[in-house]
Write a protein that binds this ligand. Structure first.
Ligand code: GAL
Length: 938
């Protein structure tokens, strides 16, 4: 206690001495501007890269078009991150099957390049610090400029990357960052989104500092204590040699100090860096586990001349992991079967741009199913997902994107490992998935060995895995440390285990079964698969068969189902019009399909009883309905309208089924253990929909970017949920919240997922220059009223600049036209279709804007006339501006709406930054309105 107090005093003193915090990390997600560019039509890409000297030729000087510091982006659409523009575009039969038929990517150049720009102020007191822009991930092939300086290119949509911008900042002034993302070529074979779909951060450190991902903490645990090993990189980006010491404190979850390291001292020349290694001992450590995900904090400080220079915080967990070739996986010495799912990173309504709370919500749905692990197939996840897995006690197979052993490819793997190695949730590095060109041959064997050696050097604490779909017994599978079986249909795991008795293994993919939520009769015309657990193809395995195989073999560490959630793309076994996969245990909204309850029955200990299908089969009276029960109760009795249809014993890891002739009423299952009633589940045939009902996963939201996942359903007059309802529902929202996306889990739905105002730009063509007496100008001048004509006649130094633009239609009342003007000369007199918009705009007013009264605009040609003393070139190479800016057209969106699919839809509501109350109302013809209130608190 005393020690903590003392430490606080020291800290405060040093902060006061410095007069500012030593390091800062500020979220950089808000206040960006977005517009489409073009992959090859330079005129549609703001002419970027077309100058005589390009941005690759000259630093800063060469930045042109939308990359230039002074480019005017006011007409672009304001957006906050994370942002995925692919969700905003329509579905299109000609678009990519694997990416969910969104009109982006190959064949859609108009929507395949996105530009983002943001203006930010950096205080003059920051001079001397190191300033970085950290991107969690941009899809994809991003290029970044700050103040016109080209910073670099990141081809992958999944790697986090960072740029040091310290030298090029305008201190005490505005700065501008421009990002160009290009998705015209695909990286994965699944929906990947488009744009800055993960967070961006502005990080400020002292010149002498611990670089990003520059600290590695890991531990060895004995019965009574843990040795905590700490490796710290220090960079000196200052101009002088630095002598300093590094000190670490371990804090417990309540913030109390547990142990402090001895000081390590070192010296660094400018631009040099050092790696310091030390260790501390934590007595009686609280271990990180699935039920008790206990996290420690490591506070690392750099001190020089009695001053605190840098302070770096690392969350970490103390735990042991071990894979045994015969007995499977052990966490903290205790056996834990991996009950996992594979997942991509998109969700209904928002695509890949998932708010953190949505990631948490999805992980919670997986946990609710009894799952304890995920595989981030097939790419590095967003870092926030790993923070949540640490916090929630979920194990992670963390996957690299592309196999390779060049320096560049190994560097990609190194970046992933260094970024994520302090997360206790991460238990395995997966270096590859189904690398069909190599997995079965000796190239695969060699590459696996090389990457594995490399991974071990960067992180000696975790094993390496490859997910292999063929050639078991050859190629990669002969050298990989942990064998990854992708699908039992591809070989014999017992045989492989016999031949490689010292190799641990995991079922990295199993399942790939097809199911549509709420569908119980296959309908190939509408492209719906049944939700019963049936074989996806002859010879393949059901979820139950897959799990039984893995559950019955100790040497298999566990199984990862393909997939936890449906995702966009890969709508196998169908193509268009299906746009999402059918593999998920849950649909794209996270609504459970029935398989969830099979797994829940055998993946966790709480009693489970689930009955399928629903009991609304009007028109099928007398027909046989397959009734299934998922449960972990010992005995199950089924009753139709209180008549028993028999009692059956539940087989281990199995399910029960009855053939029942349909009669309306109530179908009921009762579960017993040792003859005692445990659970009852019933479905009753419902009446017609009557009332809309809204439920939120949380009704109190934090102010900034918090989220409510809202389920929309309809009830009949008795209040029963109608599982077959498909009403179209319209939504209205009030208060400090917005609807960021809608979905319903229907794999063939092409409804809009986001309802946003449409932004278009009409770039005004270059003006023609006339003297005021030029005959060609006469017509333009005669449309002005007499007073204006008289005024212009007496001008001497002025000239006329003239241009025109065409409107295909008259503006309508939902449209707002704003002219974002850029100055062209001194004392500008601005006319649109003969109407004076500004009498004397000064040249200093570089960026004026005019909201145009719609009645001034015409269908067809509209005339722009500027009377001014135009800017003249001062040098031979000067090109004075002759373009008078851009007209922005905003077309307001209609109200958001969505159809229910088999009784359900989902609305995602996000808080927008102020406290207050959000009200969401839902209406549909013939139904009673539904409403929900959410409190937004500071
Ligand atoms: C696997 C592959 C996954 C997904 C799945 C669909 O072979 O690893 O990414 O494509 O098939 O069944």
């Amino acid at each position: 206690m005393k020690k903590t107090w003392l430490f606080l005093v020291i800290c405060l003193t040093s902060y006061v001495a410095l007069g500012q915090t030593v390091r800062e990390r500020i979220n950089f997600d808000d206040d960006w501007y977005f517009a489409y560019g073009h992959p090859f039509d330079k005129t549609k890409d703001y002419h970027t890269g077309t100058s005589y000297f390009t941005y690759l030729a000259k630093a800063r000087y060469g930045a042109d078009g939308a990359a230039a510091a002074d480019f005017d982006h006011r007409a672009w659409r304001p957006v906050n991150l994370p942002h995925d523009w692919a969700v905003e575009v329509p579905f299109d039969a000609k678009a990519s099957h694997s990416h969910g038929y969104k009109a982006v990517g190959p064949g859609f150049p108009e929507t395949s390049v996105g530009w983002y720009r943001k203006i930010f102020f950096i205080d003059s007191t920051q001079l001397g610090h190191q300033i970085f822009l950290d991107f969690d991930g941009v899809s994809r092939d991003s290029k970044v400029w700050v103040n016109g300086h080209y910073l670099g290119n990141e081809p992958s949509g999944y790697q986090s990357f960072s740029y040091n911008i310290s030298d090029i900042i305008n201190y005490g002034a505005d700065n501008v960052v421009a990002v160009r993302a290009d998705v015209s070529m695909e990286e994965g074979w699944y929906y990947e989104g488009a744009g800055i779909y993960r967070h961006v951060w502005l990080r400020t450190t002292p010149a002498l500092h611990i670089p990003k991902d520059g600290l590695f903490v890991h531990s060895e645990v004995t019965d009574s204590h843990a040795q905590v090993f700490i490796e710290t990189e220090v960079d000196n980006k200052g101009d002088a040699e630095q002598h300093f010491s590094v000190r670490h404190r371990v804090l417990d979850a309540a913030g109390n100090m547990v142990v402090q390291s001895a000081d390590e001292t070192a010296a660094l020349l400018p631009m040099d860096n050092a790696l310091l290694k030390t260790r501390v001992q934590v007595e009686a450590p609280q271990l990180w586990g699935l039920d008790t995900p206990y996290m420690y904090q490591l506070v690392t400080e750099i001190w020089a001349d009695g001053q605190l220079i840098d302070q770096y915080q690392t969350s970490f967990g103390i735990r042991t992991i071990y894979f045994d070739a015969d007995k499977g996986f052990f966490l903290n010495g205790k056996h834990a079967k991996l009950k996992g799912t594979n997942n991509h990173q998109d969700h209904a309504g928002v695509g890949c741009a998932m708010p953190d709370e949505l990631i948490r919500w999805r992980l919670q749905q997986l946990k609710n199913m009894g799952s304890n692990a995920i595989r981030s197939s097939h790419n590095p996840p967003t870092p926030e997902l790993l923070d949540l897995c640490d916090e929630m006690g979920i194990l992670v197979i963390n996957e690299n994107r592309l196999m390779g052993t060049t320096n560049k490819a190994l560097y990609e793997l190194e970046r992933l490992i260094k970024r994520d190695r302090n997360h206790p949730s991460v238990i395995v590095w997966s270096i590859g998935n189904e690398e069909w060109g190599i997995e079965w041959n000796e190239i695969g064997a060699r590459m696996t060995q090389t990457m594995q050696n490399f991974a071990r050097r960067v992180d000696p604490t975790r094993p390496v895995n490859v997910a292999i779909s063929g050639g078991w017994g050859q190629g990669s599978s002969t050298t990989v440390e942990i064998m990854g079986y992708n699908y039992l249909v591809h070989g014999d795991t017992d045989e492989h285990h016999k031949n490689f008795p010292h190799q641990p293994s995991i079922g990295t993919e199993e399942g790939s079964t097809f199911a549509t939520r709420g569908v119980y009769f296959e309908d190939n015309e509408r492209q719906y698969k049944v939700a019963y657990d049936v074989k996806p193809r002859p010879g393949w395995f059901t979820i139950q068969e897959g799990w039984k195989h893995y559950a019955e073999r100790d040497y298999l560490s566990g199984m990862f189902i393909w997939t936890g959630f449906d995702y966009r793309g890969e709508s196998t076994p169908y193509t268009w019009p299906s746009v999402t996969s059918y593999f998920g245990m849950m649909d794209v909204c996270g609504f459970p399909k029935d398989n969830v309850f099979y797994l829940k029955s055998w993946w966790q200990d709480e009693p489970v009883l689930h009955l399928l299908p629903h009991w609304n089969w009007q028109g099928k009276e007398g027909d046989t309905i397959d009734v299934w029960v998922y449960s972990n109760c010992q005995e199950l009795e089924l009753l139709l309208n209180e008549q028993s249809l028999g009692t059956k014993t539940m087989p281990l890891n199995g399910h029960l089924s009855w053939k029942v002739p349909y009669a309306p009423g109530t179908i009921k299952a009762i579960g017993y253990n040792n003859g005692e009633h445990v659970l009852t589940k019933a479905h009753t045939s419902t009446g017609a929909p009557q009332q809309i009902n809204l439920k939120a996963h949380q009704t109190v939201l934090k102010e900034q970017n918090d989220l409510a996942v809202i389920t929309v359903e309809v009830h009949d007059e008795k209040g029963l949920h109608v599982p077959t309802a498909n009403n179209l529902i319209e939504f209205e929202i009030d208060g400090p919240g917005k609807i960021i996306g809608l979905g319903n889990g229907n794999p063939t739905s092409h409804e809009k997922e986001v309802f946003i105002d449409n932004y278009q730009q009409i770039e005004l063509p270059e003006t023609s220059l006339y003297s005021l007496t030029d005959a060609k100008l006469a017509r333009q001048l005669t449309v002005l009223d007499k007073k204006e004509q008289k005024y212009i006649k007496q001008l001497e130094a002025e000239k006329a600049l003239v241009t025109e633009f065409v409107l295909a239609e008259m503006p309508n009342e939902n449209q707002i036209y704003t002219w974002y003007y850029i100055h062209v000369g001194q004392k500008q007199r601005v006319y649109l279709n003969g109407h004076l918009l500004s009498a004397q705009l000064s040249a200093n007013d570089k960026h004026a804007s005019f909201v145009i009264d719609n009645s001034l605009l015409k269908k067809g040609t509209n005339h722009v006339l500027l009377i001014t003393q135009p800017f003249e070139p001062q040098n031979e190479w000067d090109k004075p501006n002759r373009k008078a800016g851009v007209i922005q057209v905003i077309t307001e969106s209609e109200l958001p709406n969505r159809q229910l699919f088999n009784g359900l839809a989902q609305v995602l509501v996000q808080s927008t930054g102020e406290p207050g109350q959000i009200t969401l109302k839902a209406k549909s013809e013939g139904l009673q309105e539904g409403a929900i209130c959410l409190d937004v608190v500071p």
